[in-house]
Design a protein around this ligand. Structure first.
Ligand code: NAP
Length: 469
């Protein structure tokens, strides 16, 4: 842990397991409630000093952090891959994206503009200013162990907030590396604090504290709801980046080659363990068989192995429980009439948690996979016959994070993009993400936005009226 600019080690240790080899990658200290209280105190004490800097002064620190991250790209990427398994080239991309969040919000730190408001009455001058919300607690998942923290810390720090980060116990090493960078960049005492320990025990004090004014969370919808409920006791601000169940619609006029290539990237990247991974492929009946055959051929070329190898396309799942869930979704679909096209089982020759890239066809809306998040490398393909029908089915979910569709009809592109009830839309684009754009979900996929104008999530608006008569 890193509290008040000091590294803390405890006797209670937890093993971090490499999911490719099942070897122990590291042993980390586990904190307690007491450490949580210390992080709150440190962040609260540091708040006046950090929020009192100018945007430009904070921005200089964040620029330094961004540069250091890029300098250490390889060690950071290897840490990500060793602790959670993703292919090394995806890990390198995650490092670049982490640096880009610090760079972007370094720039945004200088633009927290307020407003001068024309007064309706004589003799008054009205304005609004933006101020940091206060101490922020960030809780992040294991699947993007570096960039999820950055997406929260960079805007919070830019806004003038001080921060406590609690990463997942499954993959805390990337966060530790990031905090070494904060130390090297000499961020003032207590501005950033790293809390590691059992979820629940160490997060409870953060939720209960009056000093913590905002909780920002990325993880499952189930835990997000629990944390949001608790946060209301002290009326904290919340940002929630939660689960997804993305549809991917291939209309009859789509560029099929592009749609198949896109389906490979967004389904099997990170072994399907992304909130934006596709959970439902809807393919028009006229091109259904052709799509399935092309997708099967492309999928058969994917290399599944230890993420550290340069030729890896698909790494392991995070743990045994994840393997069981994927298998359960496949078995349920097959029992209810779906047909296996590729894959379908665990990779047996290896020790790690590897699962074959899987395609199932003739999937219907009564199968578990059509409404539960799989979080694994399984592509279920549904058939549809018209636009209205597919829109209804795509929107028929509690989730609303990302949706994708392929068409060459411009009118349909606008129509469908506007009707889909999702926060992120890719039109002929399987990767509709950018640091400069907003990221976040409709419905139970979350509250608030990261990236883009995300600094506003960490700012309060203060209205000031002056009587000059
Ligand atoms: P999770 O179980 O909800 O865990 C997320 C984080 O919360 C982890 O740090 C976890 O710690 C912690 N946590 C678990 N139970 C807690 C509790 N009772 N109180 C406080 N903290 C608690 O989710 P996950 O399985 O790690 O991640 C996968 C989920 O995240 C998927 O649903 C995925 O869609 C979603 N996700 C969303 C986004 C997005 O931007 N919308 C991005 C990535 C992932 P431990 O890991 O140590 O248990």
């Amino acid at each position: 842990m890193y509290i008040n600019n000091e590294w803390i080690v405890t006797d209670k240790k937890l093993k971090v397991i490499n999911p490719s080899t099942l070897e122990v990658f590291a042993q980390i200290s586990q904190g307690t409630k007491d450490h949580a209280e210390k992080t709150i105190q440190a962040a609260a004490d540091a708040f006046d000093g950090w929020s009192g800097l100018t945007g430009l002064e904070r921005s200089i620190y964040l620029e330094k952090v961004a540069s250091k991250i890029l300098e250490k790209k390889e060690i950071l990427a290897q840490t990500i891959t060793k602790e959670m398994g993703k292919a090394i080239r995806n890990a390198r991309y995650e490092v670049e994206s982490t640096a880009s969040f610090f760079k972007w919000f370094a720039e945004e730190a200088r633009r927290t503009y307020g407003e001068v408001i024309p007064s309706p009455k004589q003799g008054k001058r009205l304005m609004e200013i933006k101020q940091p919300v206060g101490v922020v607690a960030a809780i992040t998942p294991w699947n993007f162990p570096l960039s999820m923290g950055a997406r929260k810390l960079a805007p919070a720090l830019a806004a003038g907030c001080t921060v406590i980060l609690r990463p997942s116990n499954a993959s805390p090493m990337s966060a530790i590396e990031l905090f070494k960078i904060f130390e090297e960049c000499e961020l003032p005492k207590g501005v950033v604090n790293l809390l590691i320990g059992p979820a629940g025990e160490v997060t409870e004090p953060l939720l209960e504290s009056n000093e913590v004014r905002k909780i920002t969370f990325t993880g499952s919808t189930e835990i997000g709801k629990e944390l949001a409920n608790k946060a209301t006791n002290t009326m904290k601000r919340i940002s929630m980046e939660l689960g997804g169940h993305a549809p991917y619609i291939v209309f009859e006029d789509a560029n099929l080659k592009a749609a198949v290539e896109g389906a490979l990237t967004i389904k099997f990247g990170c072994a399907g363990q992304q909130c934006t991974s596709v959970n439902r492929f809807y393919v028009h009946e006229k091109i259904y068989d052709e799509f399935v055959e092309l997708y099967k051929a492309a999928t058969s070329k994917l290399v599944v192995q230890d993420g550290l190898s340069e030729s890896t396309d698909v790494g392991p799942l995070i743990n045994e429980k994840a393997i069981e869930k994927v298998q359960e979704h496949i078995d349920d679909a097959l029992v209810k009439g779906a047909v296996l096209v590729a894959g379908g089982k665990r990779v047996e020759q290896t020790k790690g948690y590897f699962f074959e890239p899987t395609i199932i066809r003739d999937v219907t809306d009564n199968m578990k996979i059509s409404y539960e998040e799989t979080f694994g490398p399984v592509a279920p393909i549904f058939k549809f016959s018209d636009e209205k029908e597919v829109l209804e089915r795509a929107n028929n979910t509690q989730y609303g994070l990302a949706a994708y569709f392929f068409t060459q009809d411009l009118s349909r592109a606008y129509r469908v993009a506007e009707k889909l009830q999702f926060g992120i839309i890719g039109i002929n684009d399987p990767y509709p993400f950018a640091t400069e754009g907003s990221f976040g979900g409709f419905k139970e996929s979350g509250v608030g936005r990261e990236g883009g104008h995300g600094i506003s999530e960490y700012l309060e608006t203060k209205f000031i009226s002056t009587n000059i008569s």
